[in-house]
Design a protein around this ligand. Sequence first.
Ligand code: FMN
Length: 374
Amino acid sequence: MSTQPLFTPYRMGDLDLPNRIVMAPLTRMRAQSHDHVPTAVQADYYAQRASAGLIIGEATAISPEGFGWADTPGLWTEEQVRGWRRITDAVHKAGGRMIAQLWHTGAISHPELLGGAQPVSASNVDPGQLSFTRTGRKPTVTPRSLTKYEINVTIADFARAARNAMEAGFDGVQILANYLYLISQFLNATTNLRKDEYGGSLENRSRFLFEVVESVLGEVDALRVGVKISPMHEGGAFQANEETLSIAEYAIQKLSTYNLSHLLLMGNTTDFSGTPLEKLAGDGMFQHFRPLFDGTLIANVKMDRDRGNRLIAEGLADLVAFGRPYIANPDLVQRFAENAPLAEVDWETVYASGPHGYSDYPTYQPSKDLTPHR
Ligand SMILES: Cc1cc2nc3c(=O)[nH]c(=O)nc-3n(C[C@H](O)[C@H](O)[C@H](O)COP(=O)(O)O)c2cc1C
């Protein structure tokens, strides 16, 4: 038995995890283009990674309007639910646990992905990002702002996707509330210029997030519902501003009152120097937010075995999520247990199609040449 903190069992909500190594959500564009149904190769890929304490599935659109990245899966049709069921069955058969990540891309989508329709958002502000269409990356366009009626429909779509996820055999759900997507478009003062109760104050800008959380809680027990949220500094309209930290603090403190399964908190992915998030760089993110969230905290971004063990030992994280390391190392848990070297990612095949560079990364085989001779 390993004495590493990453290898101590953990109870997250009402799920027993055999270790604290989490596979972070990774979009890999292997779903069917025309109907957004996950494919058989995805079942192989996820089952290969079932030794993780928890797998967080790739971002999955909650509705046709929320769809916004080519070849990614959905959770609004019966066929999609059946496709996911093949995957969750394969993961469970291999001894794993898996939750679904619920996604509405909002203004990051593109008319090419929406049958020509304009993407929707909190307000009609072009986020100044790139959309991932079937014919490559294209600049985002100016979205149209959701009406209040449409906001209610979207909130109900989150609930339907959560219900579908449980029907598909997932062990829970995670609401995607960071990066550049619809919930962040409401939280961010630059992309939310609304004058109604969904815009303006911190409370108003986070209203959409909390209405989504509450509608999902109407379908799935809180012990199986988590949120991915963190202040970020990205390009265009998502550069950190003077309210980026305060809205994250407000939202995370309020999320703490819902007895949720977990909070997935990303450390900095970009350079925070000279931004209002400067003090959150490195471990600063976890030092700042750990006291504000009373529940399971999953730390992520640029983790390795030693840093993961240290953050758990220091009480800054309960679980540690690994994204890029899981692309090329299906047996990451085993490699950490044995302190084996990690395989490198082939970036050419990350967003490609089929099994190559996806479900054909081998497990670690100690080379005979490296076996010490005595
Ligand atoms: C190829 C790729 C796809 C990703 N897809 C998602 C996604 O679908 N949902 C999400 O919340 N984050 C996504 N992320 C972010 C990862 O979950 C993770 O937060 C990030 O890679 C940092 O962790 P790491 O340093 O261990 O890679 C993606 C990252 C990569 C590299």
